[in-house]
Design a binder for this molecule. Sequence first.
Ligand code: S3P
Length: 187
Amino acid sequence: MPRHSGRRSEFVVAARECSTHHIVLIGMMGAGKSSVGRVLAERLGRPLFDSDQMIEERTGRTVREIWQADGEPAFRALETDVLAEAVADKHPSIIAAAGGVVLSDDNRRILAESDAHVVWLMADVDLLLDRVKNGIHRPLLDADPEGALRNMFDTRVTLYRDAADAIVSVDHRTINDVASAVLRCCA
Ligand code: S3P
């Protein structure tokens, strides 16, 4: 049964024991997955697996280079590889999943079958727009950032919600506050 954690900006669907499970942050570009992930990793003394960073380290190329040279499907396949690898790690970690992670059936299955506590960092599109202006690793926003972001939100909102064990609003909150809210959603 879904429960509010006591504040309207947090919503728990199925709390998990975070001390023994991975915490996976999902959400749109600009929601703060990497920044909040860094704070959580620091606070809990755990490794951080950041999807885009893992892909760039593994391939020696930037997200944009992969996207432009090999196309989106090749990038998405790498996204699946690093998600599966991060979730399979036996030590509890923080995983900052890439924004598009919920698009693939495989990724959704990996998340659903894992014991990870999946938290959707939910943000208003206007806030996201303001934050993503300078992100060079976001080729999807090259042509029409606002239109693309709004379409993306509409397409993905149900996917994020369905994948999430907890939902945390990031609007009007600092990174530290969001990290605290994520931890309050644990069992
Ligand atoms: C994407 C999000 C980006 C990056 C790529 C595609 C997406 O990562 O993986 O540009 O489809 O939402 P962030 O969510 O870290 O910005």
